[in-house]
Design a protein around this ligand. Sequence first.
Ligand code: TPP
Length: 611
Amino acid sequence: MEYKYLPRIDSPADLRKIPREELPLVVDELRDYMVSVISKIGGHLASSLGAAELTVALHYTFDTPKDKIVWDVGHQAYGHKILTGRRDRFPTIRQYGGISGFPSREESPYDTFNVAHAGTAISGALGMAVARDLKGEDYHVVAVVGDGGLTVGEELEGINNLGTLQKKVLVILNDNMMSISPNVGALAGYLNRIVHGQAYHRLREEVERLMLSVPRLGPRLLRMSKDIVESAKTVLIPGLVFEELGFEYFGPINGHDMHELLAVLAKVKNHSKPTLVHIVTQKGKGYPIAEKLPVKYHGVTQFDVSTGAFHKLPGKAPTYTAVFGKALCELAEKDSRIVGITAAMSEGTGLDEFSKRFPERFFDVGIAEQHAVTFATGLACEGMRPVVAVYSTFLQRAFDQVLHDACLMRAPVAFALDRGGIVGADGPTHHGLYDLVFLSALPGIVVMAPKDENELRHMLYTALTVAGPSALRYPRGNGIGIPIDPEFKKLEIGKSEILREGGDIGILALGSMVYPCLEAATRLEAMGICATVINARYEAARCGFDLLPGGGEAILGDGRGRDGSGWLWRSGSCLASRPKGSRQHPAHRGARPHHSPRRARPAARQVWTGR
Ligand SMILES: Cc1ncc(C[n+]2csc(CCOP(=O)(O)OP(=O)(O)O)c2C)c(N)n1
């Protein structure tokens, strides 16, 4: 496509010079550019395509960056990036050294709030509006929220607060009836009824007209129908719930009709109280293949634009996600207590097969990680074996629920933490870096990390036998490609695995670091250094030597290497060798003596094993 306008737009000020009747052309060019770039490098696609008119209309109407647009999640803000001075850098998005896949204050003054985890837009926007008023300044604050984002607890907390404070904040609800998968829950149902309630509205008018046309009896008939009409109010009057919460509601509006969008934004722009504009859009709009398959084109790898076919990488091992999903189905087949729970991520966490095979035991609770954990705890209290499949980064949302509910009640909830560790293109907001640290600080939870996909299966099986909460965390991407054992195996809780013995140094590795450490040992051997490599299996940094087989004596005596020089003092993927004669690490002075039986340890120190 030849671009007429896009190359001329280096900032929203340039956009505002374009005649408004030409804006649909700008939208077309924006969509075309997004598809052509993202098809080559991958990224989020369908949401930004759906939000293209909205993006243009917002920057056209508001004086950005003085006026603030706060995007929720930010995966739909690619068009915003392109229009705000990052058109030429757009092909670097989500790559090392390139621009971020999400709005980022460090990157641009147009990115008013760093986002990526859903549900922050209204709270962030309200904070800005309050600051504006306290400072006596004058600008607009606009929060853009998807219908999926609206189901997040924090978003509802923001609505609650904004409705009381009555600040000048405009909320745009971009309703495409989709989260990543079709949006779920009672709120989604309500929005749906609003959108489809338009038909009822017309029907009501028609009924009234017909009744009044009945000679003499008409007015009486109309009065009789009043109660019925009143009780159906929520259906007939769109947005009543928002009105009751203190917002002025406008909608539903066709979010792909530029004329309608500009008209409504002009109308509400100077409202001095909270206003919600409900627009209806189609995810994937403008790229017919994505319109048909919005789940598939939510986030994409490289693909062929004409056919939509994804470029396949040849002959890779199955992903950890797929291995987990399959193993859970196999286990659920034999154990009817197993329940699968996701917070709006059934595809991403590999629960889609489970959802089809065990629909009555599958729960997509919406983008509601906190609720997912407490809900699972309730299930566990009543004898079920819930498995909460969640990206490591999103479990951060539910830290307190893991502690306060699952751990303190010692409820047998299993957490399957996908995308543990560095995740790559999604960047810092999505790295699953903190799970081991924050989970291992909690009482009574068994935290495991498999070295490969085969061990993942055994760990899942083991997790479902533990008396209290457990978590297994595994990385993004493909497994090692090793054969899968035909039977599930229960692993001994807290017991690590010696993979290789050598008397010079010890390497204690966990999860995805095990194979690299074996490789390191091979290289060390070539240099004349013999290494013991232990697959720790369990994270218990605070437990020191508890993870070493037999308390460590099997390999390293009381913690020293065979020649007394090595000192293995930390779990994780950490290697430490204490030189001869140096002082023992203070944390391990008085470490368990040779052959002291585990059961001799004080009960409090055993809590972490879940026994
Ligand atoms: C706390 C949290 N959980 C899960 C996700 C993963 N996620 C990214 S986008 C998305 C769907 C958002 O839906 P919606 O707000 O309706 O935006 P749309 O993509 O439909 O435009 C989800 C669940 C997330 N970003 N944050």
